[in-house]
Design a protein around this ligand. Structure first.
Ligand code: ARG
Length: 372
């Protein structure tokens, strides 16, 4: 049924329309205490120096090209691609009654918007610099709304100081251990997060859709109250399951547990699933858990691990969009019998996002099903 302008229940049904993010106007986020869990330590000096200012123009141009490449590749596969507005406020300080901040960007649409069925949910977010990111999707969302989509903005947090754990030790913010397939180390802080439970918060990318079942990860940017909000909001038609991975600094699930079809999910080798109930759910349904090889792209990673290699986009169960230089991953997919669609995208990696992060499915041809 494709009479709905917005309709998507999982990550693999045949893709008809998608949003690809826009990078223009991106601004270097200020290195606040909570942002230290998001930005890799090696780059803290850069963020100390440039916070609140534009990124070097060359870096932005290359990422913009990567996003355009993705648009063209998807269009060549018959997918309709929409883009959000450029950021206009970039380096302006904005103020709410509770805080002041400069902005960041809106290239990773996956973090901001969650489509469940015919509904678009704007995530509340948890980082002050991303507070107003939803605004840049409003012209698109309103268009979808005019065509009949349901549109919800999850409660915006106050994001006052209570939302953050100011005592979270900096020494334990080296969250991307486990590079290159080296077994991760479960830090003493596993289970402690930079966000508290003072009010609900979440990023949309901490939710992964499997029809009636939606997995949710408690992360630095998604708290238990945010997950509860989602369950109560979606109601009894959906089951929202909290899932835990061996990840001392979780932020977004889509380089950790990534479905590539009804029967298969990719699991990031150094970040295995630690929830027995979820593992049992996948086993009982005879879903295959696959372990992809590590990423190899010659790129900079300010805000993520190299595992963006597995942050892929399924066009349908047969076709997977993969970054062109991720040769081991490409080989891995070919051996699984998938058709790999290659795109030059590694220049966007520096901003923390892969192919899945930088997009948001608007319409996939399919119906609401129970896979478990
Ligand atoms: N935290 C993940 C990693 O470092 C990256 C996830 C990016 N996802 C996103 N939606 N921005 O491997």
């Amino acid at each position: 049924m494709d009479t709905f302008p917005v309709c998507s229940y999982n990550e693999w049904d045949p893709l008809e329309e998608i949003i690809v993010g826009t990078i223009d106007g991106v601004s270097v986020p200020v290195l606040t205490h909570d942002m230290k869990t998001f930005i890799r330590k090696e780059y803290w000096d850069f963020y100390r120096e440039h916070g609140g200012k534009p990124y070097p123009i060359d870096m932005v141009k290359k990422a913009a090209q990567a996003l355009d490449n993705l648009q063209h590749v998807l269009e060549a596969e018959g997918v309709t691609v929409r883009r959000p507005d450029s950021v206009g406020y970039a380096h302006h300080v904005f103020k709410t009654p509770y805080f002041a901040s400069t902005g960041f960007f809106n290239a990773d649409a996956r973090d901001v918007l969650l489509v469940v069925g015919d509904e678009i949910i704007e995530a509340p977010m948890a980082q002050r610099c991303r507070y107003f990111e939803f605004m840049r999707y409003r012209s698109l969302i309103q268009e979808y709304f005019n065509q009949g989509a349901r549109w919800t903005a999850a409660p915006k947090p106050k994001m006052c100081d209570d939302l953050y754990d100011w005592d979270y030790p900096e020494d334990d913010m080296s969250f991307f251990r486990g590079e290159g397939g080296v077994p991760d180390h479960v830090g003493p802080l596993n289970g402690r997060f930079i966000t508290t439970e003072s009010e609900p918060c979440f990023d949309a990318a901490d939710f992964t859709r499997f029809g009636r079942d939606i997995l949710a990860q408690r992360s630095h940017v998604t708290n238990d109250l945010g997950i509860q909000w989602m369950q109560r909001h979606l109601g009894s038609e959906y089951r929202v399951h909290t899932v835990k991975f061996r990840d001392p600094g979780p932020i977004h699930m889509d380089a950790t547990w990534v479905p590539i079809g009804e029967g298969r999910v990719l699991s990031c080798p150094p970040r295995p699933c630690l929830s027995p109930d979820i593992l049992e759910m996948f086993e009982k349904a005879r879903r295959e858990i696959l372990y992809p090889p590590p990423g190899v792209a010659d790129a900079e990673f300010h805000m993520s691990s190299r595992w963006l290699s597995m942050n892929i986009l399924m066009i349908d169960e047969e076709r997977v969009v993969v970054e062109r230089s991720e040769e081991p991953t490409i080989k891995f997919f070919k051996e699984l019998g998938l058709k790999t669609i290659l795109v030059d995208f590694k220049d966007h990696y520096v901003f923390g996002g892969g192919l899945h992060c930088a997009t948001c499915d608007i319409r996939r041809r399919g119906t609401l099903k129970s896979y478990f």
